[in-house]
Design a protein around this ligand. Structure first.
Ligand code: IMP
Ligand code: MG
Length: 178
């Protein structure tokens, strides 16, 4: 049985706030990449799945949607710092524009691992990172996203893709337990 209930969650960002910020981020991305050249969007499963789909609807360039899976958390609430690649199958990105879409950057270990690996193995023309949430204070490695939705304190959040022991990803808002 799950030891936490959604009724005990404090709302951090409402569905409306997330929608509004996602549209703004898409505008920034449209401006940065331009609307002519194709863009490969890379979803980091499972956490960024909902943000990824919502963001993609507001992008104006021709978009390819790809999905990779890494794991760093297991079932604990603290990052292990050890990133495990579960599935990194991607089309050839050489000389292409690509954007990694994350739910949250916490210690930064996952993003460091991914950006270094993709740059080395794929040699994209331009590789950028967007994350909905940015836990700047929790960094263990100096890495910053090119675009982010909200900066948050170092607390454990759930909803809108983010899970607690595999649950609560489906909540339309983002919340935390006090
Ligand atoms: P990092 O490697 O420490 O930056 O963490 C990366 C991954 O840990 C994220 O993509 C999330 O899937 C997960 N994560 C980090 N913080 C939280 C949180 O507060 N709630 C749920 N998942 C989290
Ligand atoms: Mg994630």
């Amino acid at each position: 049985m799950l030891d936490k209930k959604t009724e005990d969650l404090k709302v951090l960002f409402t569905q409306e706030q997330i929608e509004q910020r996602t549209k703004e981020l898409a505008q920034e991305i449209n401006k940065d990449f331009g609307t002519e050249e194709p863009l490969t969007l890379i979803c980091v499963l499972k956490g960024s799945s909902i943000f990824f789909c919502d963001l993609s609807k507001h992008l104006k360039m021709p978009v390819q949607m790809e999905f990779i899976r890494v794991s760093s958390y297991g079932n604990q609430k603290t990052s292990s710092g050890h990133v495990q690649a579960m599935d990194l199958t991607l089309p050839n990105l050489e000389n292409k524009n690509a954007l990694i879409v994350e739910d949250i950057i916490d210690t930064g270990c996952t993003m460091k691992f991914l950006t270094e690996l993709l740059c080395r193995t794929h040699k994209p023309k331009k590789l950028k990172v967007v994350t909905l949430l940015n836990k700047k204070m929790a960094r263990k490695t100096p890495i910053e996203p090119d675009f982010y939705g909200f900066e948050i304190d170092d607390k454990f959040v759930v909803g809108y893709g983010l899970d607690y022991e595999g649950y609560m990803r489906n909540l339309p808002y983002i919340g935390y337990f006090e």
